[in-house]
Design a binder for this molecule. Structure first.
Ligand code: HSE
Length: 400
């Protein structure tokens, strides 16, 4: 019997209990032992809940109980999750977490402690919810140098952009709709400003390059400035707008960014709609691979957490090596990155041509009084210099 403690009995914590109950037999077979929830740590009580008698309020009980072999961190946020997780690892307890903020900030340190203790710190659910991507990067794709990893890593914003595309709605209206469906939080900042996707691509890039990539170093733009008119231009070009989190290996190093992009129909992420997530990976020997599925939500995320518990059960007292050292990886300056841009400017075609001689104009008959155009491929720096010569740029969106 493997006894576990769950920190946080919210959406993910209760999902873990549900998954363990729903598939108890098959999970026990795969883990080689039964999994039993001994404690649930939460500030609240849950009168009438079947797990009511497992709920405790004092973390010391868990940290000091030698029977607990696995701690499931499902609280979210950096503190007190970091303090609790570190203490668990130092006490020789394995940990799995779904907490991207914790992993992005302290992943390297927690991985190192687990290694020293010959135990495991696993975090499959921290990126892409139920989609396997951490384990593939750490075990299935280890023959490759990963040259690109690009994902739709936030379900809320993908739902909103899909709704804007299919129904022609404005940003504020789809945000209200997403909130009423429970897809967006009352404070949606982390999703719509790209911060959630930023932490996830920081984790993926750290795994790919084996060093610490600080999320603060990643250029991040959200979707708050995307309008129904931008979507009309995208449609006129046969494109869609998606919030991409992307990381590429260049000759100078890794270049990472989170921003809305206009995708052509040929792009592998073009058809990823609604709340779904997908991650495109290009390896130097593998070529292309795609991981697609439910990137958020109670049961998909809990599925990934429980899979980590099974993996831990199969590797009790044996560390699964994760290559992510605390040495900091300096990212390539975003201004050196190359892109094509879609631009909406108040100037006429002649003035645009004078600045961007290779501009390809885009017409949307119902939008007047401005010029929509695509630039040639150029560095971000070069684009900003040229764009400064136009007085009234209303929008610029990268194109891929
Ligand atoms: N708010 C996140 C999303 C939840 O919409 O994808 C999963 O991290």
């Amino acid at each position: 019997m493997i006894k576990i403690a769950i920190l946080g009995y919210g959406t993910i914590g209760s999902g873990v209990v549900e998954v363990l109950n729903t598939n108890s037999e098959s999970i026990a077979k795969r883990a080689g032992d039964e999994i039993e929830v001994k404690y649930i740590l939460d500030l609240r009580d849950f009168p009438g809940d079947p797990m009511e008698d497992k709920v405790i309020h004092n973390y010391d009980v868990i940290a000091e109980d030698p029977e607990i072999q696995v701690v499931v961190e499902a609280m979210g946020g950096v503190e007190p999750a970091y303090t609790f997780v570190k203490r668990a690892l130092l006490a020789g307890k394995n940990v799995t977490t779904s907490n991207k903020a914790l992993v992005a900030k302290h992943g390297a340190e927690l991985i190192a402690i687990a290694r020293e203790q010959s135990i495991n710190f696993l975090f499959e659910a921290s990126v892409g919810g139920g989609i396997p991507i951490i384990r593939p990067l750490n075990s299935s794709l280890t023959a490759d140098e990963i040259e690109e990893i690009t994902g739709i890593l936030n379900g809320t914003t993908n739902y909103m952009l899909s709704k804007m595309t299919f129904e022609g709605l404005e940003f504020d209206d789809v945000l209200k709709d997403a909130q009423s469906r429970g897809y967006a939080e009352a404070d949606p900042t982390a999703d719509i400003e790209g911060y959630d996707a930023c932490r996830k691509i920081a984790i993926l890039t750290s795994l790919v390059c084996g060093q610490q990539v600080d999320f603060e170093d990643i250029y991040t733009e959200g979707i708050t400035k995307i309008t129904a008119d931008d979507i009309k231009y995208a449609k006129a070009m046969g494109r869609v707008i998606k919030l991409l989190a992307t990381s590429r290996k260049t000759e100078e190093g890794y270049c990472a960014m989170v921003a809305p992009f206009m995708l052509s129909q040929q792009h592998p992420l073009y058809s990823v709609n609604d709340v779904f997530n997908a991650i495109f990976v290009h390896g130097n020997v593998l070529g292309d691979a795609m991981f697609y599925g439910s990137g958020a939500g109670k049961l998909p995320t809990a599925s990934a957490v429980v899979a980590d518990i099974v993996d831990i059960a199969k590797h009790l007292h044996k560390n699964i090596l994760i290559s992510w050292s605390s040495g900091k990886m300096d990212l390539v300056d975003k201004r050196k990155a190359q892109s094509r841009f879609f631009v909406r400017a108040a100037e006429g075609r002649e003035q645009v041509k004078a600045v961007f001689p290779e501009a390809e104009f885009v017409e949307v008959p119902e939008i007047t009084g401005e010029t929509g155009f695509l630039t040639a491929l150029m560095t971000e720096e070069s684009f900003e210099e040229k764009a400064a010569a136009l007085k009234d740029i209303r929008q610029r969106i990268r194109v891929v």
